[in-house]
Design a protein. Structure first.
Lengths: 358, 417
């Protein structure tokens, strides 16, 4: 048995070595997040297979994939997207279906379909991480910092500008949470016209103090420049500023909104087979665990969790408690409802834009 | 003799001279046309055709009708009032099964969801279950999602069913197109486009006026100086003109931001308190300042080229006949510069109306223009039909203003140098 797998392995290596080296274009969100993927996925894969990876950055959304597919000129092979975009893109036929049987079993031998957390394998997408929208502040400037989502909207007690992502997503949920809606009821309330009014009314209370950001790399910069006193952000970006750049930022986990990032392959990708190979490689137990030593996003595989250690160049900084899924952070967490957003994005965008311009 | 005098003049080979001349002219015209053919083709293929194809999206969207082939004729015939018939439910079921198979259900769902929020997941989730459903399909569908019994859903489908549709153009001017063919204004909190069109006009007009105010004296100075000094000034005008738009916009961020150079100077000279600095950027002021600066050369250059052709003797003559400085300027000099103002003004205005990188970077919320929203619908909401419709409205506005300009000032009166 052992000999057989050894032989198979050897055969696979010869095959890989025999094939001419290819190149794939991998697209992700840039900054510290792309760095973590380059360190944990790209570099070992390039070293093992001799293929090359062209890494590109984007700001999310399906626009580029849609234009490439519709123009019949696809240049991207693998893209890191949010769950709602993976579902939308799959339904619209913009993405290649992915057979979960190509995914390697977990390090402990569990089949991939059981090893991935529930809801992380999709018809056209495979999740790599769990990430979260949190809010953060500069603890060197605020001695008794905020602890609850309500504090974010309380500019009397905590004066200063607030940073929010430009768009209704996450902001409406946080506004309702701050207004006292329990995590499990958020989307029920938001599904009613009164609920939407209520969320906008809450946002109205800080509208004059908001600095809007668009790219994930902006919030840590806004905090560092003192442009805002608190800002919503992706938890990994704030963690990275703290761990790698020693910024005095603190994360408030109350009412964090967690979501998935997934790999998808645009329909008609030029190097589809190679992209599939890389996708399977990068979502293996080890790679996901390795990524977690560069950025505080939770691996999508159960078998990766025990392997998560400490920050790559700070052995005393354990990564476990930094994860969105750590029990002490997870108490009031809200799971992003991709179906709600797929249904209501248009209307809420319109309303949000009108509100913003008004 | 009289024969020859009355008959046509003949060329050496006996053919009528007129015909020969026509042939020669035709050949030279053909040659001239041959020379412009490459450019003409480029414009047709790379500019005009794509523009028209894209504009068509603003009034034509067959995402629904193309896929829902069974429902299509039934919805078209439906009166949008009576209860949807069993036949319509059956057709819907057949379409859902088929579109699920060929992965086109998402497009249909997105299309209907644009008309009625919240319907997207009805289509995708019902389609997933559709194949296992058993007749009667009306009950089966309503079982799967009770919203299928709502007439609004069917109305939204009827609107989406029309491939040639005014729905997007209506949306671009804040109207809602109904299933029965009527239009109504959108609810207050969702009206935004008219406001943005008005703001875009307002910013463009102000930028044009500022351009005239600031550019006129510069052009005047350059035209009245000696050639050497004038050339030096010209280079100063052209230098920013040759610099990338993005670089200049970013430079304005450094100058105007809260902790920027301008505000530091204001504080230094006591014009502003340190705690209460001016907000010069990420608002309409930011858009106005940066756009005026970026577009200024487009005003100065036509003005300068027109002013250079005005002989200085005219003003001297006016003064020698007793005109005051002001009268000589206003009655003699200024009227001759109007073609330059016209050319510069129309250049600046038309460029300003479609500006989007600069407002996106320095405009904040109050300095956002319509192009930023077209961009938003292109890249973010993926509602390309609405983007096309908004583009069409903008194009119509520009053409109208051009026509108005032609009526008032006269397009022949424009001089680019």
């Amino acid at each position: 048995m052992k000999l057989k797998s050894l032989l198979l392995g050897a055969a696979a290596t010869t095959l890989a070595a025999g094939a001419t080296a290819g190149e794939i274009t991998v697209v992700s969100w840039g900054g510290a997040y792309t760095t973590s993927q380059v360190e944990a996925y790209h570099k070992p894969w390039i070293a093992e297979t001799g293929n090359t990876i062209l890494s590109e950055d984007y700001n999310g959304g399906l626009a580029e994939i849609k234009s490439q597919v519709e123009a019949g000129n696809v240049t991207w092979d693998l893209v890191d997207v949010e769950l709602s975009d993976a579902v939308l893109g799959c339904d619209e036929g913009l993405l290649e279906p992915i057979d979960p049987s190509i995914l390697p079993a977990g390090a402990d031998g569990t089949a991939a379909t059981d090893d991935f957390l529930p809801g992380t394998l999709h018809e056209c997408a495979v999740a790599n991480i769990v990430w979260s929208t949190i809010f953060a502040y500069d603890s060197s400037k605020m001695a008794n910092g905020p602890t609850k989502i309500g504090d974010f909207f309380d500019t009397a007690t905590y004066p200063g500008k607030r940073g929010l992502r430009k768009g209704p997503k996450a902001n409406l949920e946080l506004a309702l949470a701050a207004d006292g809606v329990a995590a499990e009821d958020i989307y029920d309330v938001l599904s009613t016209p009164e609920g939407v009014d209520r969320a906008f009314a809450k946002l109205d209370t800080i509208k004059g103090d908001v600095v809007w950001w668009e790219a994930g790399a902006q919030p840590p910069q806004l905090l560092a420049d003192g442009e805002v006193a608190m800002t919503t952000a992706y938890n990994g970006r704030i963690f990275n500023a703290v761990a790698a750049e020693d910024k005095p930022f603190s994360i408030v986990w109350d009412s964090q909104i967690y979501d998935l990032d997934l790999w998808v392959i645009p329909k008609g990708a030029p190097n589809k087979d190679l992209a599939m190979e890389f996708l399977a490689y990068s979502t293996a137990t080890e790679q996901l665990a390795a990524q977690a030593s560069y950025i505080s996003y939770g691996p999508a595989r159960k078998s990766s969790a025990p392997l998560v250690g400490s920050f790559h160049n700070k052995p005393d900084l354990a990564m476990g408690p930094q994860m969105p899924t750590a029990p002490e952070n997870f108490g009031t967490a809200i799971q992003n409802d991709f179906e709600f957003w797929a249904d209501n994005t248009d209307e809420l965008n319109e309303r949000f834009n009108a509100w913003l311009a008004g | 003799m009289s024969d020859v005098a009355n008959g046509p003049v003949l060329a050496a080979d006996g053919t009528p001279l007129k015909k020969r001349l026509g042939q020669a002219l035709f050949r030279s015209k053909l040659r001239a046309f041959g020379l412009v053919v490459p450019l003409l083709l480029l414009i047709l293929m790379a500019f005009l055709a794509p523009t028209l194809v894209f504009l068509k999206r603003g009034v034509y969207n067959d995402e629904f009708a193309k896929v829902m082939v069974n429902s299509q004729p039934l919805l078209a015939a439906w009166d949008a009032k009576s209860e949807p018939s069993d036949e319509m439910f059956n057709a819907l079921h057949a379409d859902l099964v088929q579109s699920r198979k060929d992965k086109s259900i998402g497009r249909v769902a997105t299309r209907v969801n644009r008309e009625l929020s919240g319907t997207r997941s009805m289509f995708t989730s019902t389609a997933r279950k559709a194949e296992k459903m058993e007749p009667p399909f009306k009950d089966a569908l309503i079982d799967a999602n009770k919203k299928w019994a709502n007439i609004e859903v069917w109305e939204a489908m009827k609107i989406s069913n029309k491939s040639w549709t005014p729905a997007y153009l209506a949306n671009a001017v804040d109207l809602k197109y109904n299933a029965d063919g009527s239009f109504e204004r959108k609810s207050e909190e969702r009206r935004i486009h008219i406001k943005l069109f008005v703001r875009t006009m307002e910013i463009s007009v102000i930028v044009t006026l500022l351009g005239v105010l600031l550019g006129y004296p510069v052009a005047f100075l350059m035209s009245s100086l000696q050639a050497r000094t004038a050339n030096l000034l010209l280079i100063l005008v052209l230098l920013p003109f040759w610099t990338s738009l993005l670089v200049r916009t970013t430079a304005w961020i450094a100058l105007l931001q809260g902790e920027g150079v301008m505000n530091d100077l204001f504080v230094l000279f006591g014009l502003a308190e340190d705690q209460n600095r001016f907000s010069l950027i990420y608002n309409k002021t930011g858009s106005l300042i940066a756009m005026t600066h970026i577009l200024l050369p487009f005003m100065i250059l036509p003005l300068y080229s027109v002013m250079k052709t005005i002989p200085p003797t005219y003003v001297r003559a006016a003064k020698s006949m007793g005109a005051s400085n002001w009268t000589a300027f206003w009655r003699v000099y200024f009227p001759q510069t109007i073609p330059g103002i016209g050319a510069g003004g129309i250049l600046v205005f038309i460029l300003a109306i479609s500006f989007y990188i600069t407002p996106a970077l320095v405009g904040g919320e109050s300095g956002t223009m319509i192009s930023n929203f077209i961009d938003f619908h292109m890249r973010d909401s993926l509602n390309w039909s609405l983007a096309a419709a908004m583009g069409a409205v903008l194009l119509v506005i520009v053409l109208f203003l051009y026509w108005l300009y032609d009526r008032i000032v006269g397009i022949d009166n424009m001089k680019l140098g």
